[in-house]
Unconditional design. Structure first.
Length: 220
């Protein structure tokens, strides 16, 4: 019928049959959404996507054979891929960032209210990425922590001479004393002296701490 918007086609992917059934029942009753298929593992996702042509995939994270991040990456590499919302109980920073880097358009926790999940499906289908408020706050906190570490590291390194700074960069990139000597046209004894001075000036205990400082300062 002219003027009628087709429903958002959803594929539900979760290794727990009860979770799949619950999501299917909940979403099938939501306005403008139709669950067109299910998959019990990331391994089944490509075939299910081919069979059902979903607009949005609700993707579990932890599955026995192919995990949700791998399945997301594979789907997003295909021509005209569906949008993907990761729906999980695991909200570690690593999981969030890996999912977003793999191409997920959203990240929601399984305790998200049903109406919010349905709204997220509609938003993502319309091209609007979605994160649960708790996830948004965690990412903001992470950025703030990283920004603070960067500023502190840069301020700390300001106490070094330009040559000592070069040595810090080289250590941060994994160079041995011999490699640093060659790269910076120094003698091995000079490199060792610089390392000793750096440790003293910055009140550090070992080269690993120098490398971490270089990383925090964005130099490695």
């Amino acid at each position: 019928m002219a003027g009628v918007t087709p429903p958002v086609r959803v594929l539900v992917v979760d290794d727990d049959a009860l979770v799949r059934a619950g999501l299917t029942m909940m979403l099938d009753g939501a306005q403008g959404i139709a669950v067109v298929g299910e998959a019990a593992d990331g391994e089944q996702v490509p075939a299910a996507a081919d069979a059902h042509a979903p607009d949005v995939v609700l993707m579990d994270l932890r599955m026995p054979r192919v995990d949700g991040i791998t399945a997301t990456r594979r789907l997003r590499a295909r021509p005209r891929p569906p949008e993907i919302i990761v729906l999980t109980t695991f909200d570690t920073d690593e999981n969030i960032l890996h999912a977003l880097r793999a191409g997920a358009s959203g990240f929601l926790l399984k305790d998200t209210p049903p109406a919010r999940i349905a709204e997220a499906v509609r938003q993502v289908a319309a091209g609007e990425p979605i994160l649960s408020p708790r996830i948004t706050r965690r990412l903001m906190d992470r950025v703030a922590v990283q920004a603070g570490a960067y500023a502190r590291a840069r301020a700390t390194l300001a106490a070094l001479s330009p040559r000592e700074h070069d040595v810090v960069v080289a250590i941060g990139r994994g160079g041995t004393n011999a490699e640093i000597a060659t790269a910076l046209d120094m003698t091995l004894a000079t490199v060792k002296t610089h390392v000793s001075h750096i440790l003293t000036k910055l009140d550090l205990d070992n080269r690993t701490q120098i490398a971490l400082l270089a990383h925090d300062a964005g130099l490695a």
